[in-house]
Design a protein around this ligand. Structure first.
Ligand code: MEV
Length: 441
């Protein structure tokens, strides 16, 4: 056995935690301690706030926050905050936004905003018995949780419907599926609280119903939890223009129509092939996640739902689609986005609050529109590069700056290198050799 174990790690002070981890797993390297401390915030209350977002904290892992301006979405301009560590994502989103602002911008539609949760339980009974008592049972659940749903109802949300299901693949396993409207909150806490309350009520109700209990016995609740799959919380975003205006050529010598066809074929390939679809959708989530993180939302939930949605036909496929009809180009995206603009980290993280303020304090539906548009912009930018110059050109330009930072290049070295590598292949070695040559001058 190797490595070290410890009990009571969570009770150590932050300094003790750092000392332990650096000694046990970092070879006692003092530089490691220095780096961890460097990222500690100087303002105590702010640091405490961040420590409170997680547990066993030893430092802060900072990600860059950038702005993609010129997003014209449903006739309103946005400068979109994006938190992402991959170079060229913000630049690509900005460039797509700029391209589409003169072609009508992004259009969006919120298809629906329901979220769901399930109580899964074991029971020896049958669906016919549940059907017989369904109305009585659901009324009982609603009555006993009225105090928990009252506030959400005042905001226009709450429970929308309840349905019992049999899980066909499993013996004796049933589900109560609940659909909710959670307005401007993501709703995870609300939904989970209600589901757990339903679960207790269900157990009591089944025990109290002698005619069922005597024949089938009690129910055993297995789990009660919201689903992150939200196929009824959907945003659509699209861009469109006459083919003649789709000047996506980077070299200026390619025919617009044949490039448009190439673009559409690239989307069709992502529709047909899971390998391409995964990368294609990853590019979409480059944009979506960056805004989701900047606004304090849960990017794991958003991604999980999106990839499940991309498989809804039984085959994982592209989330976006492209059509060319009557000399008109259409490119759109349909994506599940269970986002919130109140509650949780959206209100607690000061930078999430700033992001939401910069976006004009949107409600959840407007944020869904913005996020879907950025996902589509990202996809557009990636495909435009892929069908024209390839992505390495843009990528490498940004990558050059990272290599220069890594090699601790001075401002003047940076300028020289940027000019020199404008039309050359960039590699770590090539940049290092170039800087060595410059040093000799
Ligand atoms: C890189 O992060 C994302 C892309 O690979 C997406 C795509 O291929 O469509 C450029």
């Amino acid at each position: 056995m190797s490595g070290s174990s410890i009990s009571g790690f969570s009770r150590l002070t932050k300094k003790e935690k750092i000392d332990w981890i650096v000694n046990a797993y970092g070879g006692g390297d003092e530089k490691m301690t220095d780096i961890l401390s460097q990222y500690e915030l100087s303002e105590d209350s702010l640091q405490k706030l961040h420590d409170g977002f997680s547990e066993n904290t030893i430092s802060n892992f900072i990600l860059p926050m950038g702005i993609a301006p010129n997003f014209l979405i449903d006739g309103i301009y946005y400068a979109v905050p994006m938190v992402i560590e991959e170079s060229s994502v913000v630049a690509a989103a900005s460039s797509a936004a700029k391209f589409w602002q003169t072609r009508g911008g992004f259009h969006t539609e919120i298809v629906s905003t329901y979220k769901v949760g399930h109580i899964s339980f074991r029971w020896k009974g049958d669906m016919a018995s549940i059907d017989r008592y369904e109305a009585e049972l659901t009324a009982d659940l609603i009555k006993h949780t009225a105090h928990l749903t009252a506030n959400m109802e005042k905001r226009g949300g709450g429970l929308r419907d309840l349905r019992f299901l049999k899980v066909d693949e499993l013996t004796d396993i049933y589900q109560l599926m609940a659909r909710f409207e959670t307005c401007d909150s993501m709703g995870a806490n609300f939904i989970n609280t209600i589901l757990e309350a339903y679960a207790s009520c269900l157990e009591i109700w089944f025990e109290s119903k002698a005619e069922l209990y005597d024949t089938f016995g009690p129910i055993q609740v297995i789990i009660s939890i919201l689903s992150n799959y939200t196929p009824e919380c959907i945003a659509r975003a699209w861009v469109e223009c006459p083919i003649a205006e789709l000047d996506i050529s980077r070299q200026g010598d390619e025919d617009i129509r044949s490039l448009a066809e190439k673009f559409k074929t690239a989307v069709d390939i992502a529709k047909a092939d899971v390998f391409r679809a995964t990368t294609h959708n990853k590019g979409i989530y480059n944009g979506i996640d960056a805004v989701v993180i900047a606004t304090g939302n849960d990017f794991r939930a958003i991604e999980a739902s999106g990839h499940a949605y991309a498989s809804r036909t039984g085959r994982y496929s592209s989330l976006s689609e492209c059509r060319i009809e009557n000399e008109h180009f259409y490119f759109g995206l349909e994506v599940p986005l269970a986002l919130g603009t109140v509650g949780g980290l959206t209100s607690l993280h000061p930078l999430a609050r700033v992001s939401l303020e910069l976006l004009g304090k949107p409600n959840a539906e407007t944020l869904m529109s913005i996020v879907a548009s950025v996902g589509l912009a990202q996809n557009f930018a990636a495909l435009r590069s892929l069908v024209t110059t390839g992505i390495q050109k843009g990528h490498m330009k940004m990558h050059l700056q990272n290599i220069l930072s890594h090699l601790q290049a001075s401002e003047s070295q940076r300028e020289l290198a940027t000019t020199y590598f404008a039309d050359k292949t960039i590699s770590h070695k090539a940049v290092r050799d170039f800087l060595n040559e410059v040093d000799k001058l």
